[in-house]
Design a protein around this ligand. Structure first.
Ligand code: AMP
Length: 502
């Protein structure tokens, strides 16, 4: 079982089928794509990489992203796609931890990244030189072989590498057709969100179906560009965090643009407010599907399909709209006590998942693996409850994470950076509710007696150490942090202060 076979079979059966677009320009058909992938795989193997080795990808969204993913799999390697918004130091840490031998970068994102083997600028001439060798056949892989190391931020401040196998991703891809949407070859997926995450993972079902892949020319998300692609390319599907959905809806409302060029917008990755999805349905129409997943069971835990989002007459429609749907086909979902004991319907506990999309474990982290995978179940760290019909409603996260614009931010990481400032004695970072971003980062700080600290200094410190999106939007200097008897900072109290002061 090798994910690359899904590309080869379409290329053999229908080589002239349009495959990859940069903006509205077709750059590759399936035959050309598979041929380039097989040559790039040859260059990787010739360049000293061996099956099982890791290849890091630290790039903006770019057509080469799709070539590198499939070439690595074709050669029997695993990919390590790194969030393009991370700081160079963070990306280097991930590359080192993953022991990746090669890295592909675009200079706007990855300049300075150093791989022990080669670092290739995928937008430059060195990349073009990698296509001169004859194509190699698809490497044999076992279902449990590593395909993708997906780094998520960890509560301890250091990211963890989620090991996703060929079986995990093959199952995820097939499940899309059952639980999310049918895909026709004329359809197109547009990469409006980072390809290192859900958007890139959804390349897999779209390759399986032989559909078109559209990488926006800007390499990022711009609502006007997206609506223009919907007009020119059409039949677009995309994965979007609630923040991105909101920006699409705002744009449509402001300009009168219609949703007709979008086939399906899959939303998830962070909580969607009921009022926001209702507005999105009103303005863009019935083209939404919700999924709930996490890196550890990518895109596959529950889904709220289009037909249920349309079923406004259902007696429990309001609750269903506020839920994340019901379990996707290949997994079992349970709400349980800390010990894993299942709770009756209505009980609030931790969400547990079991099935073929659940990760093999964390890379080189047996302790974290043992904590997350117990008795065959993945402990997601999300709190929720199941109703009698099997619909899951998320309540809160048990992990100390906040989600801003669909990106997870672990407060500890930000706190550690703020504490580097000589005038900062204590720091506590929490999320404040925000209509645009879901949550924004707010830092509460206690200054050392007699010392001054400025916002500019704190901002500069953050920009030096962590991704820009993790930087606090607001700093509150306080006399003392609220603490319990054990001296643990009461973050709930800080969050309540923020809600009250709004
Ligand atoms: P990541 O591992 O970066 O994909 O983040 C996964 C986390 O995002 C989950 O554990 C949830 O806390 C949250 N999440 C994902 N999908 C949804 C959703 N549809 N609604 C609410 N939260 C979600």
């Amino acid at each position: 079982m090798n994910l690359a076979q899904t590309l080869l079979r379409i290329a053999l059966a229908d080589p002239r089928r349009p495959a990859v677009h940069e903006g509205d320009r077709l750059v590759l058909d399936y035959g050309q794509w598979a041929d380039r992938v097989a040559r790039l795989a040859a260059a990787m193997l010739d360049g000293g990489l061996a099956p099982g080795d890791r290849v890091a990808v630290f790039m903006r969204n770019h057509p080469a992203y799709l070539e590198v993913l499939y070439a690595a799999w074709w050669a029997g390697l695993a990919v390590v796609p790194v969030n393009a918004k991370l700081h160079l130091r963070e990306a280097q840490w991930i590359l080192d931890h993953a022991q990746a031998r090669w890295a592909f970068i675009t200079p706007d994102v990855g300049a300075g990244l150093q791989a022990p083997g080669r670092t290739v600028d995928a937008s430059g001439p060195a990349y073009d030189e990698l296509f001169s060798l004859p194509p190699v056949p698809v490497a044999a892989r076992a279902p449990d072989d590593l395909a993708w190391l997906f780094y998520t931020s960890g509560t301890t401040g250091k990211p963890k590498g989620v090991m996703l196998t060929h079986r995990n991703l093959m199952t995820m891809g097939l499940t899309y057709f059952v639980d999310v949407d049918a895909i026709e070859p004329e359809d197109a997926i547009v990469y409006g969100a980072p390809m290192s995450h859900g958007a890139g993972i959804y390349a897999i079902p779209h390759v399986m179906a032989g559909a078109r892949h559209v990488v926006p020319a800007s390499g990022g998300f711009d609502p006007a560009e997206m609506f223009e692609l919907a007009r020119t390319v059409g039949r677009l599907s995309m994965f979007a965090a609630p923040t991105i959905v909101k920006r699409l809806v705002d744009h449509a409302e402001a300009t009168g643009a219609e949703g007709t060029g979008f086939k399906t917008i899959v939303y998830g990755g962070a909580p969607m407010y009921v009022a926001d999805i209702q507005r999105a349905l009103r303005i863009l129409g019935q083209r939404f599907v919700q999924i709930y997943g996490q890196g550890e069971s990518p895109m596959v835990i529950t889904a709220l399909p289009r037909r249920l989002l349309q079923d406004t007459q259902h007696p429990r429609y309001a609750q269903r709209l506020a839920s994340v749907g019901f379990p996707q086909t290949p997994v079992q979902v349970r709400v349980a006590t800390e010990d894993g004991e299942p709770l009756p319907a209505g009980g609030v506990g931790e969400v547990l998942v079991r099935g073929d999309t659940v990760m093999a474990g964390y890379w080189r982290d047996a302790e974290a693996t043992a904590a997350a995978l117990r008795d065959g179940w993945l402990f997601t760290g999300d709190m929720g409850s199941l109703d009698e019909d099997g619909f899951l409603t998320l309540k809160d996260r048990s992990k100390d994470v906040l989600i801003s614009g669909g990106s997870n931010i672990y407060p500890r990481e930000v706190e550690e950076v703020l504490l580097l400032h000589p005038a900062v004695a204590e720091a506590a970072v929490v999320g404040a509710p925000d209509p645009e971003w879901g949550e924004v980062v707010v830092a509460f700080l206690v200054a050392r007696p007699g010392l001054q600290v400025t916002v500019e200094e704190l901002d500069a410190l953050c920009l030096e150490h962590i991704g820009r999106f993790k930087r606090p939007k607001r700093y509150e200097i306080v006399e003392a942090l609220p603490k319990n008897n054990y001296g643990k900072v009461l973050k709930r109290e800080l969050r309540e202060r923020l809600t009250k002061s709004q």
